[in-house]
Design a protein around this ligand. Structure first.
Ligand SMILES: Cc1ncc(COP(=O)(O)O)c(C=O)c1O
Length: 365
């Protein structure tokens, strides 16, 4: 029997799972070994307490403002919009809040971000297993945690992993849409009637954060568009489980759409963008796809590079390769839309971290 999935209004999406931790009865869960049950239960209790603790929220808001520098800007991309015609294109410049992120062999590919992390006090341990990308980093991290759970905990920067990690990460990134909602009201006096919120999707944390305040709106008013990594144009490899119709599988302790072969082995993925190069995706995005609240598509490496070139040519904005996937979709749809349509792209990363790849692919540009 096919399950009828439905979104609930007035309840944060991160909380719309069942007792077993599944969204829509089939995505998510907590596929963990016995030894991790206790630390996961403790973390779940602690999170439940802290998210309602006024002193903790005050401290969180203090750090958002004074350390991260929020709110990040919402800017109109006037030149790009005029060049393309059609809809107005705006950017929420979340990259202003960069604290660094890395993905194993990307210690080299993404050196400026690793330097930022070290400056913030992090020790970076390289991973030499598998393809040495994000998927292997998460596997290695979970392996370490299983063997050292008496003195170590896991912290993951995307809405993936066992249920509680999806919730904690989504709760944290939701700051983006809280800011955006206020900024829209300041800019337009109300929430405009035709909005499209476009975000790249790797694990799905920035997209969830960008959308969470707007999920209850009618999709005719606010359309949510997720853009995955289509990989190189001539390659069969991609990292687009939602838009290329992958089957459901288990990865990193949760059920989601996962790029896999016929035997259920996880596929290698390929993408010019380190952050999107991941074969699985958050269970909450699987739920948004199956309930049809969000639309998912993909951009190829070449589409993303072209979008990066176009945005940097017309605007004082330097989107990294991840949001360049989202800009590729904005550039594609804007000319067909009316002038009163507001497209907002989450420009979630700065291309400083991609300088070596960009130099290699675009030469002197
Ligand atoms: C700049 C940037 N954008 C997007 C992503 C994709 O991750 P997610 O889909 O969880 O936002 C990453 C991942 O590391 C990233 O570094």
């Amino acid at each position: 029997m096919k399950l009828k999935m439905k979104l609930k209004k007035g309840v944060p999406l991160i909380d719309q799972h069942d007792q077993q931790g599944f969204w829509g009865g089939k995505f998510g869960g907590s596929f963990i070994p016995e030894t991790l049950k206790k630390p996961v239960e403790d973390l779940t209790k602690e999170f439940k307490k802290l998210r309602n603790n006024k002193a903790f929220l005050k401290k969180r808001d203090y750090y958002f403002k004074n350390y991260i520098g929020s709110p990040t800007s919402l800017v109109k991309l006037e030149n790009l919009s005029n060049h393309l015609g059609g809809a107005q294109i705006w950017a929420k410049v979340v990259s202003e809040a960069n604290g660094g992120a890395h993905k194993t062999k990307d210690i080299k590919r993404q050196k400026p971000n690793c330097d930022a992390m070290r400056k913030n006090g992090a020790e970076i341990v390289p991973v030499y297993s598998g393809s040495q990308t994000l998927v292997d980093a998460v596997s290695e991290c979970m392996r370490y945690w299983v063997s050292n759970c008496d003195n170590t905990h896991m912290c993951v920067g995307s809405t993936v992993g066992p249920n509680i990690f999806v919730k904690i990460c989504g709760w944290s990134t939701a700051q983006i849409s809280r800011e955006l909602r206020t900024q829209l009201k300041e800019e337009f006096k109300k929430i405009p009637n035709k909005i499209k919120l476009i975000n790249c999707v790797g694990g799905g944390s920035s997209a969830y954060g960008f959308w969470s305040e707007f999920i209850d709106f009618d999709k005719k008013q606010i359309e949510l568009i997720g853009v995955e990594a289509g990989g190189p144009k001539k390659s069969k490899l991609h990292a687009a489980p939602l838009s290329r119709n992958a089957k459901v599988g288990i990865l990193h302790g949760a059920a989601s759409y996962v790029c896999q072969n016929n035997e259920g082995q996880i596929n290698d993925t390929e993408s010019i963008s380190a952050g999107l190069d991941y074969p699985g995706v958050s269970p909450i995005h699987c739920f948004l796809k199956d309930t049809k609240r969000a639309r998912y598509t993909y951009a190829t490496d070449e589409d993303a590079l072209n979008a990066h070139v176009m945005v940097t040519k017309f605007e004082k904005l330097n989107p990294s390769l991840e949001p360049s996937h989202a800009f590729a979709e904005a550039i594609k749809i804007a000319p067909k839309l009316s002038k009163d349509t507001i497209i907002i792209v989450n420009s979630c990363g700065d291309a400083k971290k991609d300088r070596d790849i960009l130099r290699e692919r675009l030469g002197k540009h």
